[in-house]
Design a protein. Sequence first.
Length: 354
Amino acid sequence: MPIPDGLLFRQLFDLASSTYTYLLADEATREAVLVDPVFEQFTRDRALVRELGLTLRFTLETHVHADHVTAAWRFRDALGSRIVLSRQSGAEGADVYAADGDTVTVGALTLAARATPGHTNGCTTWVTADRRLAFTGDALLIRGAGRTDFQQGDPRALYRSIRTRIFTLPDACLLYPGHDYEGRTVTTVGEEKRWNARVGGDASEDDFVGYMTNLGLPHPKQIAIAVPANLRCGEPAPDAVIDAPAWGPVVRTFGGVPEIEPTWVAEHRSAVTLLDVRETAELTGDLGRIPESLHLPLGELRARVADVPRDRPIVTLCRSGRRSAQASAILEKAGIRDVASLAGGMIGWRALRS
């Protein structure tokens, strides 16, 4: 079953926790929701929202996570989006506490909350109004199911949730899980009804309970940090340090490039070192050269990183911002943290000065 027309959809991944985050938006209104955003991926996901020209209205949680901290608070703080999670979650600080059957709407996109407790009390599967897509969190995984040995886990409740609340969706309904540890990205109701080793086929409730109570898994490594933070919707402790750079308004693109706008650079020339990574012949071309900028061609940068001064933040630049993006990556890999690429390069600089 293809993604419905008019729906913009992206599946994102956090390698550290194997967590999937989902971005859905109505293409006409450009209004969007994020499902299960990850704290450490905030910069990446905010960049995607910006680059796609979207307005983030809501962040939806499938449950209170034990293996990562949500970015819901960060998005609300930065973009004004509203935090939505289950009334049964026990969390504080949300804007909307959803009950079974409640809906969230952006443009023509509507997602309905289906209570699917068992992994936690507040587990929610979010289902599109046409029942073509569902986001199951940890209730149902691809060929598996969320563990039930901590955080209000109840294997009998989870069996019933899956059988009566997820498996009753159309067989062709695409299921997107909260995690996968094998690189799998999507399944369907029909597949899981037939092939899920824990709950599919002829598995009885007792079969499922026996399977789940004998998994013998260690607790998630981040549980002591993640659960308390997620019960605050991801709000950091008062003394926490957020990873935004202090030296300037650097924005990291979805591709991971730290960029800074030429307007700010022009107003703070004395506070930064400008590093031009174009070829020597380009310095006398139509775009010229910024006075007092250093010159070090990109092809020589790796071998000459030690020549780059570190007394001030570094702004790399080239013709369009593409080579300077690579230069910033080289410098970051070399341990230089205060670095950014000049957005738009010399083309953007000259447009600003004209």
